[in-house]
Ligand binder design. Structure first.
Ligand SMILES: *Cc1c(COP(=O)(O)O)cnc(C)c1O
Length: 453
């Protein structure tokens, strides 16, 4: 399988090269050259597989340049640090409503599903190419923690994660800064997430430096962040009664569109799924798009669901590519207009099987309380957005993207319950090791020069 850019001006690459490259040279995002068609026979064969085996069967279609035995071992290893035997258990709340718990990984958020695997792919790449790798990223919370735990202690790798000092939750900071691993650097930036992100862009833009240090970006546009996420949709689909499967709507708390994009790709591969609900918080760029056909950036207003506080949904470009008839020239035109003017209005926007909802902070609080009273089940503020208005004609599977214990203040206020999780309790007495740094390219380069492998 080869990977092409949504903007069509980069030669196609194999899986490992597309993963190592991240963003395509032409500014586009990588996608499989052709989407495989999963047949009813494939599905029947896979139905009873455990999570890691299913993931292996799925990923071997895409990672064709990795020897099969090696891939099997990498995938198996990637799901050993999940604390639930089913990895992604589906929980039934009532006859029409299920929750897919994606928070049993090491950092208690769904991002572990892809980043545990990506960490192992990076490790293999170091070994195969005989090169070290310095991974660099900026985070407003969950991504950084999940990326760090994907690379923890891996030989030949260093990971540097920048985050706005004082603006990630104390528990998120501990997940990054209490690992004790000597290949991990939590960099507390004096400034906002956007400052960190902008400085980082410049560091990557300095090709001499980034080549010399073998820098690699960890962000949600990497194709290896998306494909492994298809697997839990399929796993959940198999857990539903056969008669209900084709009527399922997956409800996905959404920021960068990476998670829901994975589910949608699976549907495009032929798995009968009725639809997807894009559940946003008050930062509702995608809600606006799916309801009005206008894609327009807004200001980010910090919310109770901070991992969805985004201005631009970068993975949306993948969906765009298909919805514009796989025409990279059209993708370039839309993205250029959007970049230049901050908006694009689609003449006729075909939203396909997508719907969307938007949830204010007050609604998030109300929903956490209501779901707790109705079902005795505690949802985190991101997951709460998914419960805004479930479609009564469908079987809903709401993706629970984070464990409630990551957001104790919001849960306590809404339910009176104090959520805890052993993985977070063990962090509390540990020393926080963070490096304060200015949000400038020079400061970041100097730090990397001192600490890189
Ligand atoms: C990252 C994240 C999201 C948003 O996912 P996208 O793939 O960016 O749409 C939602 N909830 C939680 C808890 C997250 O960490």
């Amino acid at each position: 399988m080869r990977y092409i850019s949504t903007r069509g001006q980069t030669p196609a690459l194999g899986f490992s090269d597309a993963v190592a490259t991240g963003l395509a040279q032409d500014g586009g995002l990588f996608l499989p050259e052709t989407l495989p068609a999963l047949s009813a026979a494939d599905l029947a064969r896979w139905e009873k597989l455990g999570y890691a085996d299913l993931c292996f069967e799925f990923m071997r279609i895409f990672a064709t340049d990795i020897p099969v035995d090696e891939l099997r071992a990498i995938v198996a290893k990637s799901y050993t640090r999940f604390s639930h035997p089913e990895i992604a258990p589906l929980r039934r709340l009532d006859a029409r409503t299920h929750v897919l718990e994606l928070f049993h990984g090491p950092t208690l958020a769904f991002k572990d599903f892809a980043l545990q695997l990506l960490g192992n792919l990076y490790e293999r790449q170091c070994r195969v190419r005989g090169q070290s790798i310095n991974v660099l990223g900026a985070t407003s919370g969950d991504t950084g923690a999940a990326a760090i735990h994907g690379l923890l202690g891996k030989p030949g790798t260093r990971i540097f994660i920048l985050y706005p000092d004082g603006r990630v939750s104390p528990l998120q900071e501990r997940q990054m800064a209490c690992t004790g691993a000597d290949n991990v650097f939590a960099l507390a930036v004096d400034g906002t997430f956007d400052d960190a992100q902008a400085a980082l862009k410049e560091v990557f833009g300095d090709r001499t430096f980034s080549d010399r240090r073998h820098l690699s970006a960890v962000n949600s546009i990497n194709i290896a962040r998306v494909l492994p996420q298809c697997v839990y949709y399929l796993y959940a689909w198999f857990r539903l009664p056969a008669a209900e499967r084709a009527n399922v709507e997956f409800v996905v708390p959404t920021g960068n569109f990476g998670n829901v994009c994975a589910g949608w790709l699976l549907q495009q591969m032929g798995v009968p799924i009725a639809g997807f609900k894009v559940a946003t918080n008050q930062n509702a760029i995608l809600h606006r798009l799916f309801t009005t056909g206008e894609y327009r950036v807004g200001d980010v207003h910090p919310s109770l669901a901070p991992s969805m506080d985004i201005q631009v949904s970068s993975n949306f470009e993948r969906f765009l590519y298909y919805s514009l008839g796989r025409d990279p020239a059209r993708v370039r035109e839309v993205m250029q207009t959007f970049k230049a003017t901050g908006a694009y209005r689609f003449e006729k926007f075909d939203r396909g099987t997508f719907s969307a909802s938007r949830c204010t902070d007050a609604e998030i609080q109300g929903i956490i309380g209501r779901v707790y009273r109705q079902h005795g089940y505690v949802v985190d503020p991101h997951t709460a957005c998914g419960f805004k208005e479930l479609n009564p004609d469908r079987i809903s599977v709401v993706l629970a993207t984070a464990h409630p214990a990551k957001f104790p203040d919001a849960i306590r206020a809404a339910t009176g319950v104090e959520p805890t999780h052993p993985a977070l309790e063990v962090l509390k007495p540990l020393p926080v090791v963070k490096h304060r740094i200015k949000a400038t390219p020079a400061a970041i380069r100097a730090f990397i020069d001192q600490h890189a492998v």
